[in-house]
Design a protein around this ligand. Sequence first.
Ligand code: PAF
Length: 285
Amino acid sequence: MSETPLPLVRTVADLRAQVRAWRAEGLRVGFVPTMGALHEGHLSLVRLALANADRAVASVFVNPTQFGPNEDFDAYPRGEQRDAELLAGAGCHLLYAPTVSEMYPEGYATKVTVARITEPLDGSARPGHFDGVSTVVTKLLLQCGPDVAVFGEKDFQQLQVIRRMVRDLDIPVEVLGAPTARADDGLALSSRNAYLSAAERAVAAKLNFTLRAAIAHLQAGHAVAAVETAAVAALDEAGFDRVDYVEVRDPEDLSRLGPGPLAGPARILAAAVIGRTRLIDNMAV
Ligand code: PAF
C-alpha cells in the first residue's frame, strides 16, 4: 500500500476544479465510480482507467436511491480510510466522496430512466434499482466530466444500461467495461461477499461453477430453455435459498434468446440469494 495519502474532495466544485486543472495541462482523465468496500476487482478498474488516461479519479458514494426499502443500504460495508489506501496503492490520483446532501440537495427532483434494457433480470428483481443507478451515474459523469469511465462486467446489465444511457443522452465520455475479477474457485469478487459465513461461502462458489456447466451445454448445442431450467435446479440443489434468475440473453440489448439452441453470441446471467446475501454473476457464451 502507498504511504502517500490520497487527495480527497467532497464537493462538485472541488472535483471540477481539479479536473479543470488537469485538462489545462492537457491530461486525460479516467473515472471509476464505486460504492466503496473496495476489493481487487475495483482496483483492476482503476488500473484500466490509468491505461487509458493520465489521471484517475475514483468516487466512493453508497447511493441510497439504488437500494430498495428491504435491501442492505444500512448494512452495506463502509470504510473510507481503507478504501483511500487501496486506491492510492493502485495509482489513483483523487478520491471523490460526496455526502448524500451534496449529491441530492434539498429540493432534488430529477430521475433518469432508461427503458427496455432495464426491465428484465435485476430490473424486475429489484424494482427502481436501475433508475437509482442511471440517475447517480449521470450525475457523477456530469460532475467529473472524464474522458473515460470504467465499470465492471460483473454488473453486466448495469454496464449495458450505462452504455445505452451515455449514447442516448450524448454524454461525452467513453465507457469501458472491465473483466470480472474472481477468487480461485471462480466466485466473482463483490463487496457483498463480506456478508457470507464460511458455509455460505462454499455454496456461493457453485454460482460460477453452474454458469460454466451451462455454457458447456449451450456450446454442445443444448436448447437454451432446458439449460436455464437445469441451471436453476442445480443452484437450488447446491443450497441457495432463492434463485432470482438464470437466463441466456443477447449480449448487447439483453433481449431473450432461445428457447432452442443458440445461433450466435450470448451472455448468461444469474442472480441467487444465500442467507442475507444476494449474488450475481454472468459470463460470455
Ligand atoms: O456498481 C456500483 O458500484 C454502483 O452501482 C455505481 C455504478 C457506483 C453507482 O452507484
